[in-house]
Write a protein that binds this ligand. Structure first.
Ligand code: PGA
Length: 251
């Protein structure tokens, strides 16, 4: 049985003080016995204070990006050992905003996935088609290409432990969500690709989230689909009430 995972991707939002206040409120409002893993991915600057604030809460910490090298002359970058030291359990890799604004490629994402695994971080690997690609009927081709590129050279057991987030680019931050059926269809397709490339056991174990304008009002329908194992939440993860509403939609 795959455990559902709800991760909040704060993007470039919240100062450290705001982040700590959010964590305090969230800790108090969620029930520790919920059958779901909750993750917060704040900006790098808030990781250390949040690690402290979330200690013993059961809420995990994730980063939004990292470099594939451990150290070196890469101005402005952060490495896997640095994230690990701060108590991160997860790292989002290949988010469409990174691909769109910062030139990330499947090959680069692949190097980051390998570096993250080497240092004991669990990658949340993002894939998803643009509106043009969906309209051109190449959604599956696009997603399969991103997936194979990002996971190239991994062992079956490594793939089994990953989190993959299917995020149609046209649904991110737009208020336009994929229908429950469309999201389920692509998540199921992703599981089939994993089965073909890495075997049935990895496909059965890997957790596949949906992301793109998830909110309390649409979470229940999406999260009850058989191949949707959680959500990667942007906008609605910035308010405790909304984020908790999504967590509560499980079960
Ligand atoms: P959104 O963002 O929930 O604001 O659409 C999701 C994401 O980019 O991970």
């Amino acid at each position: 049985m795959r455990q559902q995972i709800i991760a909040g991707n704060w993007k470039m939002n919240k100062t450290t003080a705001q982040a700590v206040e959010f964590a305090r409120e969230l800790k108090q409002s969620i029930d520790n016995n919920v059958p779901v893993e909750v993750v917060i991915c704040p900006p790098f600057t808030a990781l250390a204070p949040l690690a402290e604030e979330l200690k013993g809460s059961g809420i995990a910490l994730g980063a939004q990006n990292m470099h594939w090298e451990d150290q070196g002359a890469f101005t402005g970058e952060i490495s896997a050992p640095m994230l690990k030291e701060l108590g991160c359990r997860y790292v989002i890799l290949g988010h469409s905003e990174r691909r769109q604004y910062f030139g990330e490629t499947d090959a680069g994402v692949n190097k980051k996935v390998k570096a993250a695994l080497e240092h004991g971080l669990i990658p949340i690997v993002c894939v998803g088609e643009t509106l043009e690609q969906r309209e051109a009927g190449v959604t599956e081709q696009t997603v399969a290409g991103q997936l194979k590129g990002a996971l190239a050279g991994l062992e079956q057991e490594q793939v089994a432990g990953l989190v993959i987030a299917y995020e149609p680019v046209w649904a991110i931050g737009t208020g336009r969500t994929a229908s429950d059926q469309d999201a389920q269809q692509v998540n199921n397709f992703i599981r089939k690709v994993i089965a073909e490339e890495y075997g049935a056991a990895a496909a059965e174990a890997v957790r596949i989230q949906y992301g793109g304008s998830v909110k309390p009002a649409n979470a229940r329908g999406l999260l009850s689909q058989p191949d949707i194992d959680g959500a990667l939440v942007g906008g609605a993860s910035l308010k405790v009430e909304d984020f908790k509403g999504i967590i509560d939609a499980i079960g």
